[in-house]
Design a protein around this ligand. Structure first.
Ligand SMILES: Nc1nc(=O)c2c([nH]1)NC[C@@H]1CN(c3ccc(C(=O)N[C@@H](CCC(=O)O)C(=O)O)cc3)C=[N+]21
Ligand SMILES: [Mg+2]
Length: 281
């Protein structure tokens, strides 16, 4: 029996309805949630993503500002813009789209964002809050993956979860969130000699590698939940994930598509963090 599709668009719609209601309540109190999105340079994929984020803000009744700068913007000028937004009472969340041009230090930029407005959850403080189990902003992509897994109704307690990828924005926080949900967690990466040895034991696989066909049907235990974080292009230029969807869907119990899975949920959790930031202030 083929896997059940975990629909990131449908789940996003449901959660965005709840976010919109919270935003309306805040707006009625004169505190409309506000998100600032900063894009430096002309990366075409980044252009699409930031446009989607700003559009999503409008859909849930947020105030939003999109600031676009030329690729030669100085680091000092960017830090000065962030300082202004930190002090702006109409802005509750600040997102600086990554990657940044090479001459700008991303760590410096992230740490310049007020911790109360770090809706990406990228700061060292937010990472530490996640690590220690304190409240704080969770990085949007792994947070969205957790919501997708929860939507299957499967309890993670005692399950074996295998994460492929160890980035600071996805793999590492994903492992910590799964651990917090009482899963047994394995994190695999580019130096893991045989991925399949690990993934074949997994009740849940989260693939966050950035290379298509990384996870194939022979690497998946029958009945596993498969979450695909990948954003790649196939030979025809079509968007595809890290998972061989056609093959794996015949083995897994639940699987996310690309597009329409993790991507929309990343934006939804950004909205969630932003409404939360506005409620806290
Ligand atoms: N400061 C920062 N925060 C981020 O959250 C951040 C970032 N930088 N840099 C880049 C990555 C990537 N990312 C995506 C968000 C939505 C989709 C998305 O909506 N994807 C659609 C398809 C979009 C398309 O058609 O290209 C989908 O999967 O259905 C994809 C990727 C956020 N990121
Ligand atoms: Mg997706």
């Amino acid at each position: 029996m083929p896997a059940q599709l975990i629909d990131g668009i449908a789940l996003s719609q449901k959660l965005r309805g709840e976010i919109a209601a919270r935003a309306a309540a805040l707006t009625a109190k004169g505190k409309q949630p506000g998100l600032a999105v900063i894009l430096v340079g002309e990366d075409p994929a980044s252009q699409v993503y930031v446009r989607n984020k700003v559009k999503a803000c409008g859909d849930v009744g947020f105030h939003s500002v999109l600031e676009k700068y030329e690729a030669d913007l100085s680091e000092a000028a960017l830090l000065a813009r962030i300082a202004k937004l930190n002090a702006d009472p109409a802005i509750h969340g600040i997102l600086v789209q990554m990657p940044l041009p090479k001459h700008i230090n991303p760590h410096k930029v992230i740490e310049a964002i007020s911790t109360t407005k770090d809706v990406d959850g990228y700061s060292v403080l937010s990472a530490g809050e996640l690590m220690t189990g304190l409240e704080g902003f969770r990085p949007c992509t792994p947070y969205g993956c957790m919501k997708l897994i929860e939507s299957t109704g499967v309890d993670l307690r005692g399950k074996h979860a295998v994460v492929i990828g160890r980035s600071n924005t996805v793999g590492k926080p994903m492992g910590l969130l799964l651990l917090q949900a009482n899963a047994t967690v394995t994190i695999c990466h580019s130096a893991t000699p045989d991925l399949g040895v690990h993934t074949r034991q997994a009740d849940v696989v989260v693939a966050a590698v950035g290379r298509r066909n990384t996870l194939t049907a022979d690497m998946v235990k029958p009945g596993a939940i498969v979450i695909d974080v990948g954003m790649n292009r196939d030979d025809a230029g079509k968007l595809c994930g890290d998972v061989d969807f056609a093959g794996v869907k015949e083995v897994a119990s639940h699987i996310t598509p690309v597009p329409g899975g993790v991507g929309p949920m990343t934006i939804t959790m950004l909205l969630m963090n932003t409404v939360e930031a506005a409620e806290r202030l």
